[in-house]
Ligand binder design. Structure first.
Ligand code: NAD
Ligand code: DAU
Length: 351
């Protein structure tokens, strides 16, 4: 029996990783550790929360004593660390929160793992989930980021993720803690919080609310369907080389404005609206401060070393995603109204 601690499992990507591991590895105990910030929603895991190999711990990763207690209580063998403050716009408004969770929280998990495993590294792994944003921004003519690209973060979010990556490497190099880091491009799919571009656009189309396009709309992001990311994490967790970094990405670059137009066309069609009827919702607004122009990931190492490939074409993934949001309007309504927070606050207060 392996006891796998997954942090941030009530969030967007974490919920897909927890679901995959709980279903695929019934012989393993999956402990989901999540503070349930605004971004954490246990409803994301309603379909697997009663499985016997699933446990939930509401805790803050920066609370070192509690993290140590969880390592002892569950005899943790491996960590897949996703918990983070993840939204760039919020990091511009509240950088301290990002430094606390992303840097100090990661340090607290590393230190707990180091103390608990105490040099017995066999079959142990600390797997840190990071982002392509640590590499900074590309010009249109530049080659995609590789694992050797220098770190040049620009936002408080990416600076905090870069800081956490550096601590992970420092623990590998200084103490021998077995670690892996992956840096992934933009994810999309079900359960993404509607502050992020794609679910925000879908939600605004549904309610005829203006769609804010930052700056000129020409910024480029490289999009990957979230379940393909979860499959990559599973593969790297089991087969990746200790001490390595892997880039994860689907080679799927879109200018924001073109992506928004695809989401509008698909959503209008699925809603039975006339083609282009939501185009007037497009509203150019002030640019994001320090807005990175372009991200693009070169995932050759992962493809050649471990044979990973994304399974979904973008057209298929985006339609699947939009269909999910349209048929889960209760989830979207609960999240946008904040009702889910009240409900879980009461549930946990009763425990
Ligand atoms: P998310 O915001 O949807 O979820 C984050 C989760 O972490 C939430 O459940 C939240 O409650 C939890 N959390 C936040 N602070 C915590 C704390 N102090 N203690 C415990 N739990 C806490 O984020 P996401 O988009 O699912 O991203 C997950 C991870 O993947 C992050 O580390 C992010 O940097 C990384 N990542 C995200 C993307 C993307 O496109 N979303 C791409 C690459 C990497
Ligand atoms: O690249 C990986 C990163 O992708 C992750 O590490 C982050 O956690 C994740 O949030 C995401 O960051 P981005 O800033 O790229 O994602 P976001 O959805 O916020 O924005 C995507 C692009 O769309 C970006 O260029 C800003 C723009 N945008 C965003 C919003 C929310 C708009 O034009 N309008 C908007 O309303």
């Amino acid at each position: 029996m392996r006891n796998i601690l997954i942090t941030g499992g009530a969030g967007f990507i974490g919920s897909h990783v927890v679901r995959l591991f709980v279903r695929k590895y019934p012989e393993c105990r999956i402990i989901n550790l999540d503070a349930l910030t605004y971004a954490g929603n246990p409803a994301n895991l309603a379909d697997i929360e009663h499985r016997p190999n699933y446990c939930f711990e509401r805790a803050d990763i920066a609370d070192f004593d509690t993290i140590c207690r969880i390592f002892r209580q569950y005899d943790i063998d491996a960590v897949i660390h996703l918990a983070a403050e993840s939204h760039v716009d919020r990091s511009i408004k509240e950088p301290f929160t990002f430094a606390r969770t992303n840097v100090l929280g990661t340090l607290s998990l590393l230190q707990a793992a180091r103390q608990f495993w105490n040099g017995h590294w066999e079959n142990k792994l600390f797997y840190h989930i990071s982002t392509d944003e640590v590499y900074g921004s590309l010009h249109p003519q530049d080659a995609a980021f590789t694992e050797l690209s220098p770190y040049t973060p620009h936002s408080p979010y990416s600076a905090s993720k870069a800081g956490s990556d550096h601590f992970v490497r420092a623990f590998q190099d200084t103490y021998g803690l077995p670690t892996i880091i992956t840096n992934c491009s933009n994810n999309y799919g079900p359960y993404q919080f509607p502050e992020k571009l794609i679910p925000l656009t879908i939600n605004n189309i549904c309610h005829n609310i203006p769609i804010p396009v930052y700056g000129s709309g020409e910024n480029v992001r490289d999009w990957l369907y979230v379940e393909d990311h979860a499959r990559a994490i599973d593969l790297i967790f089991h087969k990746g080389t200790i001490g390595s970094t892997y880039n994860i990405g689907g080679g799927n670059e879109w200018r924001n404005i073109d992506l928004i137009r695809v989401v509008i066309a698909t959503t209008d069609r699925l809603l039975g609206r006339a083609p282009g009827s939501s185009e007037p919702l497009i509203t150019y607004v002030a640019d994001r401060a320090g807005h990175d122009l372009r991200y693009a990931i070169d995932a050759t190492k992962l493809q050649q070393e471990l044979g990973w490939r994304p399974t979904l074409q973008f057209e298929e993934g985006i339609e699947k995603t939009i269909r999910w949001y349209l048929s889960n309007s209760d989830w979207l309504q609960n999240v946008t109204s904040g009702a889910y927070r009240q409900y879980y606050a009461e549930q946990y207060a009763r425990r």
